[in-house]
Unconditional design. Structure first.
Length: 128
């Protein structure tokens, strides 16, 4: 059960501008840099990112139908700002099911309570 659209609207207008100042500087907050799949417009979306080995994993708390996810999949990747570094990511893969041990236990518990079942995995591009 992803967050309702009303929560997404509130976060876009209120929460995202507030956390935008620290996203990309303090983990797990990151900024996904992506381009609109139709408009080509450049967007910067604050998210929570969890690096795990050569991957970065995102819990899709709003589901798989949000624009940033669609844009990243259509482009075949994106760049994120994470802990003051720019990281190029490619090969997006959507997964449905239990997030398992990829997230810290506090995050896992929160995701279970919200019934979040979708994650997006991307590979770190070597040498980027």
């Amino acid at each position: 059960m992803p967050f309702p659209e009303a929560v997404a609207r509130f976060n876009r207008r209120v929460t995202n501008p507030v956390i935008g100042g620290v996203a990309g500087k303090v983990g797990p907050l990151a900024i996904v840099e992506h381009r609109g799949r139709r408009s080509g417009t450049r967007y910067r979306t604050p998210v929570m990112a969890f690096p795990k080995g050569e991957e970065v994993i995102f819990a899709l708390t709003y589901g798989t139908e949000v624009d940033w996810v669609k844009n990243v999949i259509a482009a075949g990747g994106c760049t994120i700002e994470y802990r003051r570094r720019s990281i190029r990511l490619a090969n997006p893969k959507l997964e449905h099911g239990s997030p398992g041990a990829v997230f810290p236990w506090v995050v896992r518990t929160f995701l279970r309570l919200l019934r979040v079942r979708d994650v997006l995995r991307l590979r770190v591009v070597a040498g980027a």
